[in-house]
Design a protein around this ligand. Structure first.
Ligand code: ADP
Length: 272
């Protein structure tokens, strides 16, 4: 499964990403964590990103795209991954699509965690308190000034992705205001709900039944076969109906009976 989590800073993306990664046995890729690790290690990328991050601005697209391009090739991503904090711009989303397409892959879903902006500051304050209580260093960007800038960056550069993925039909919006566990359950529900089926449609039912047991490609093939069979069955029924109507009309002497009916009638009269 390949997922993207969208939402403003403080929406709870990191918390939910961990739960999703555990449930589906997929890797959690947080560009924020990766960049913070690079800053801590003093790598060239870290040196470049350090001040930008502290101000609450976005690190340049080519930098984060290169990080993700390398990361998704790692073996722990083979089963899938959840992206937390990436993409954050339309250019990043387009790059991600290209990176996946090169490997014959695509995203399964984009989950937007929607929260009221008014609670974000409070949530971040709580996080600061918790980190201090654990004796951890507080993030350089967890202060009122940078948080304001992070929200500005979110609204201007990241929020357009809601529309971007909405148009592609892959967006799922979740209310991020309830307690953590409720939000998690709501996300699981949307990701695990069966694909919508047209009532009474045989091929769709066949596809659903088949996909329970088979990998996607085989399920599609089975569904195509079922559709073909239904079409053939309908054509035979239609032809039979046509012949029987012509036979009935022929009996009444209105039109010439079909060849098959005349042949059958001759056989019958010869036999006596
Ligand atoms: P949050 O969601 O709480 O704002 P993150 O840990 O996801 O925090 O990101 C922290 C900072 O790292 C961002 O404010 C930004 O400077 C940088 N960053 C993380 N991901 C990206 C990205 N995809 N593109 C650009 N900058 C990023």
């Amino acid at each position: 499964m390949r997922l993207v989590l969208l939402g403003p800073p403080g929406a709870g993306k990191g918390t939910q990403a961990e739960k999703l990664a555990a449930r589906y046995g997929i890797a959690r890729l947080s560009t924020g964590d990766m960049l913070r690790a690079a800053v801590a290690a003093g790598t060239p990328i870290g040196q470049k990103a350090k001040d930008i991050m502290a101000r609450g601005e976005l690190v340049p697209d080519p930098v984060v795209i290169a990080i993700i391009a390398d990361r998704i090739k790692e073996p722990d991503c083979a089963k899938g991954f959840i992206l937390d904090g990436f993409p954050r711009t339309v250019a990043q989303a387009e790059a991600l699509e290209r990176l996946l397409a090169q490997r014959g892959l695509k995203l399964d879903a984009v989950v937007e965690i929607r929260v009221d902006e008014s609670i974000l500051i409070r949530r971040i304050e709580t996080r600061i308190g918790q980190m201090q209580a654990r004796g951890e260093a507080v993030r350089a960007d967890d202060n009122p000034e940078s948080l304001k800038q992070r929200l500005v960056a979110y609204r201007a550069q990241t929020a357009p992705l809601i529309d971007y993925y909405g148009k592609k039909g892959s967006l799922q919006t979740i209310d991020g205001m309830p307690p953590i566990e409720e939000v998690t359950q709501a996300i699981f529900r949307v990701l695990e709900k069966p694909a919508p089926a047209k009532a009474g449609s045989r091929p769709v039912q066949a596809r659903k039944k088949a996909s329970l047991k088979m990998p996607r490609q085989r399920a599609r093939k089975a569904a195509r076969k079922a559709k073909k069979k239904t079409r053939a069955r309908r054509a035979v029924a239609k032809a039979r109906k046509r012949v029987s109507v012509r036979r009935r009309t022929a009996k009444r002497g209105k039109v010439k009976a079909p060849k098959s009916a005349r042949k059958a009638a001759r056989g019958r009269s010869r036999r006596g």
